[in-house]
Design a protein around this ligand. Structure first.
Ligand SMILES: Cc1cc2nc3c(=O)[nH]c(=O)nc-3n(C[C@H](O)[C@H](O)[C@H](O)COP(=O)(O)OP(=O)(O)OC[C@H]3O[C@@H](n4cnc5c(N)ncnc54)[C@H](O)[C@@H]3O)c2cc1C
Length: 463
């Protein structure tokens, strides 16, 4: 609990209307998009790096945790106040400060909603590619802190590939600026990479300089339907082998298709084992040629039907199916455990086989969808967190699926981060030495363990 004198001091920094202290208000900031929830002691809504700096200085003096929060769409528990403390809601800092068309950069505050930046860029014939499926809600600050990806990562990369500069309030209350509008910079250590994906544990991001690119001239979207999931996975590897890099190569398995169809009733093929949603973009004549090539590859690997969107409405219908997945799959059971493994693309068929085998052995409902083009699958286990026996099986299955991903040369998390959900498994991938280097970085930058404690490393060491 924070003392009332301390709360009054915080009110002086941000204004009393930006401090939320009632139980009802605090409850609204205790959850993210995982099944867990914790109650913060206070919610503070700052408007500038200087206000944040003052709050961090107080936190070091009085030793209370500070948890940065964007829109709370995180899928690994990153913004959960697991040890109480102050949740810093950054959504008031939502200004696009500049879109510099000469240098192809945008300068934004962390609370800008991802789709808002994309719309503003597109009005100027520019393009900000990272597109997490949560983009209508998620913030750029949250995207940088998680190094968010999305369907377009296959061709265009992830958030990290667009961050040119950052302003950060450090865990000890300094304001640091790194990078800038230049395309190149090798001045000292690459702090931008360190902060990008640091999940709010190493600093609070207060300004972001992002690279923009010219908007592609044309795009085509298609859906390929498969009777065998294996054939869909084969299409991915075959396409890449041919040197074609579509913008997206999204996979949905049979159970996912059935859930989405039941939810939206848009005529998805209920007897199919998988569908792929494929988009290509670029100069109009190249797009036309690549669409034909990709359709041919789909047929060659066993697709029984290929639907190419003829207009914007049909394109939207295809994407509506993909975007509805998260909401649709909870029809099976109320608790959704979303995993986020990524494997080298050639290992996708093998990873899918391992996932199916694990789910069947533990008798669990598993749906598989995700960004197959970049090897990033989202196996989601649908279960009931009020059933302890089932949750025990879920726990064991998760351990095995991480193990399988690492054995196949993959990673625990392609884009959602470690947070609380994957913290117990971190060493599986980093090994002891990698883990200790990461711990040493956290300790050096945040000696009082103020910023987002209980994340990444698990509660026993980072608590
Ligand atoms: C339906 C759905 C679909 C999704 N699809 C995708 C997808 O396709 N790809 C993908 O990558 N993710 C996806 N996500 C996950 C999530 O949207 C992303 O991780 C997103 O980047 C989180 O942004 P946010 O603003 O909601 O951050 P939050 O959830 O509020 O926070 C996430 C983490 O960032 C930290 N943080 C937030 N702001 C700052 C800041 N300014 N400075 C420092 N740390 C900060 C928090 O402490 C926390 O650790 C999806 C989530 C949902 C619910």
């Amino acid at each position: 609990m924070l003392q009332s004198s301390l709360i009054n001091e915080i009110k002086k920094i941000v204004g009393k209307e930006n401090v939320l202290a009632t139980l009802e208000e605090r409850l609204c900031y205790g959850y993210d998009s995982t099944p867990e929830a914790f109650l913060p002691d206070l919610v503070v809504r700052p408007d500038s790096a200087e206000q944040i700096q003052k709050i961090i200085k107080l936190a070091n003096l009085h030793l209370f945790p500070v948890i940065p929060r964007g829109a709370g769409t995180g899928l690994s528990g990153g913004s959960l106040p697991v040890k109480g403390g102050v949740v810093l809601d950054l959504t008031r800092m939502n200004r696009i400060l500049e879109i510099d068309e000469e240098n192809l950069v945008a300068v934004v505050e962390p609370g800008v909603v991802t789709s808002h930046l994309q719309e503003e860029a597109e009005k100027r014939e520019l393009f900000y590619p990272p597109d997490p499926a949560s983009l209508k809600t998620s913030t750029i600050g949250g995207n940088v802190a998680e190094c968010a990806g999305g369907p377009r990562a296959f061709k265009y990369g992830v958030t990290r590939d667009y961050v040119l500069g950052l302003e950060v309030v450090t865990p000890t209350g300094e304001i640091l600026r790194t990078g800038g509008k230049t395309v190149k910079s090798v001045t000292g250590y690459d702090l931008i990479r360190l902060y990008t994906g640091s999940e709010g544990t190493l600093g609070i991001i207060t300004k972001i300089i992002l690279r923009l690119i010219p908007k592609p001239e044309a795009k085509e979207t298609m859906m390929a339907v498969y009777e065998r999931l294996d054939d869909a996975a084969k299409t991915v590897t075959l396409t890449i082998k041919r040197g074609i890099i579509p913008v997206t190569l999204e996979l949905m398995d049979d159970l996912t298709i059935r859930c989405v169809e039941n939810y939206l009733q848009i005529g998805l093929p209920l007897d199919a084992e998988a569908i792929l949603i494929i988009e290509v973009d670029g100069p109009a004549d190249l797009v036309k040629k690549q669409t034909e090539q990709v359709a041919e590859l789909c047929r060659a690997s066993g697709a029984r039907e290929i639907k190419i969107a003829r207009n914007e409405k049909e394109r939207e219908e295809i994407w509506a199916a993909r975007r509805a997945v998260s909401a649709a799959v909870v029809q099976i059971k109320p608790t959704k455990i979303s995993e986020d493994i990524a494997v080298p693309r050639s290992q996708i068929p093998q990873m899918i086989r391992r996932l199916k085998e694990i789910a069947s052995r533990y008798q669990l409902n598993l749906v598989i969808f995700g960004h197959a083009g970049d090897g990033n699958l989202h196996p989601n286990i649908l279960c009931d967190q009020n059933d302890p026996e089932e949750m025990e099986r879920v726990e064991k299955a998760i351990g095995e699926l991480f193990q399988a991903a690492v054995e196949l040369g993959g990673t625990l998390s392609g884009e959602h981060g470690i947070g609380t959900m994957k913290a117990p498994y971190l060493k599986l991938e980093t090994g002891e030495a990698g883990y200790e280097v990461m711990r040493a970085i956290k300790k050096a930058l945040d000696p009082n363990n103020i910023l987002n404690p209980g994340k990444i490393f698990g509660s026993e060491r980072n608590g």
